[in-house]
Design a protein around this ligand. Structure first.
Ligand code: ATP
Length: 345
């Protein structure tokens, strides 16, 4: 792992900073947010994506660094531009384990990104945070609908639902590395939080505050269109590939539980890998009995934050506010107060 002391030295050499990310996932939101705070932006972009990222004047980065593919992060060019890299889902997928040795300041804690890559770690974290989680099953224990997940975060692509050990062995290749979870039936809610080391909104944690900025629900094919499938008599296996997101508000009586969950996630992360800084999301399902099951934490900005028009950021910041803006504000404040090192690794 690239040493934290070296990252701090790089930060010390910055007399100003730029925000950089890969042109994908939530990049438009990140660039737009930085512009609201007059921070210069750098987009790491392929030639193929250039036209798109030049076509939104209020979210086009100030400079594009063109690469052949997104696994190549132009470290030297970014350091020359005093860049802080903002990780998002695509960046984490493209860089893979390489993120641990990246000789560049990364907003947040790279330890959290590495930790959550392993689903077993993530379940351990959720349990330590006091979250209720679906049962994890061995193939022989499948006693009802169970979702079978393969390694890597692929936006739900390729997952299966099986109902018995026999069906599992029939559909899953021998030796495949899978995690089998009890399939929870209920309403899905994906909560967007932001941990700030010196914010004044939200619930206090052991090392700052956790705010709620929004909630979304992912639109997944064909799970979310199953009624249409059934209405035409099509017999296609259920799938969960994410296609987009829509905004969600929850009954207000559920909010205290979710705020406590956000606090639990932050507090438990401190002992596990040094804490979480900036945006994160917990993916949940609320059952008929109002039990909240959590099945994933993403320790970075999630694509559901690309939505505007959710009331929770309004109540937190007094105006329509994106996670991209919140990231820019946190970095700008920390730069001004000379404590970027506390929220960057
Ligand atoms: P990403 O990392 O992009 O969030 P992923 O590939 O890790 O996605 P998950 O988020 O774990 O996948 O799951 C994809 C979808 O499958 C969820 O959004 C949800 O609709 C469904 N799902 C996952 N786990 C469960 C579960 N235990 N019970 C019911 N549905 C589930």
């Amino acid at each position: 792992m690239f040493a934290k002391e070296e990252i701090d030295q790089i930060l010390d050499s910055y007399d100003d900073f730029t925000i950089a990310t890969i042109c994908s996932h939530s990049a438009l939101q990140i660039f737009h947010g930085a512009k609201q705070y007059s921070i210069k932006t750098i987009g790491i972009c392929t030639e193929e994506s250039r036209e798109l990222y030049e076509s939104f004047p209020y979210a086009t980065p100030d400079e594009l660094l063109i690469v052949d593919d997104y696994s190549q992060i132009p470290v030297d060019e970014l350091r020359e531009r005093n860049s802080i890299l903002v990780p998002h889902g695509s960046l984490v997928e493209y860089t893979g384990d390489g993120i641990k040795d990246l000789a560049l300041p990364i907003f947040g804690n790279r330890g959290s990104l590495l930790f959550e890559r392993d689903r077993n770690n993530m379940f351990d974290w959720m349990e330590k945070a006091g979250l209720k989680v679906p049962r994890i099953l061995q193939p022989e224990e499948i006693d009802g609908p169970a979702i079978v997940k393969f390694p890597g975060a692929k936006g739900g692509k390729g997952y299966l639902v099986v109902n018995s050990p026999e069906e599992y062995y029939q559909k899953v290749a021998e030796g495949a590395k899978t995690m089998i979870q009890e399939f929870i039936v209920g309403v899905r809610a994906y909560i967007h939080y932001f941990h700030s080391f010196d914010g004044d909104a939200g619930y206090s944690t052991n090392y700052g505050n956790v705010e709620m900025l929004g909630i979304d629900q992912r639109m997944e094919t064909n799970a979310d269109e199953i009624a249409r499938q059934l209405s035409v008599g099509a017999n296609i296996p259920i799938s969960f590939t994410v296609m987009g997101n829509q905004s969600l508000v929850l009954r207000e009586s559920l909010l205290p539980k979710y705020m406590e969950m956000g606090r639990g996630i932050c507090n438990s992360s401190k002992g596990l890998f040094g804490g979480i800084h900036g945006p994160f999301c917990v993916e949940t399902i609320i059952t008929d009995d109002l039990d909240i099951y959590s099945f994933e934490i993403s320790a970075r900005i999630v694509a559901g934050t690309n939505l505007l028009g959710n009331p929770y950021s309004l109540y937190t910041h007094g105006t329509e506010y994106t996670t991209g803006m919140r990231i820019a504000k946190e970095l700008k404040d920390a730069f001004r107060n000379k404590n970027l090192g506390e929220i960057i690794y």
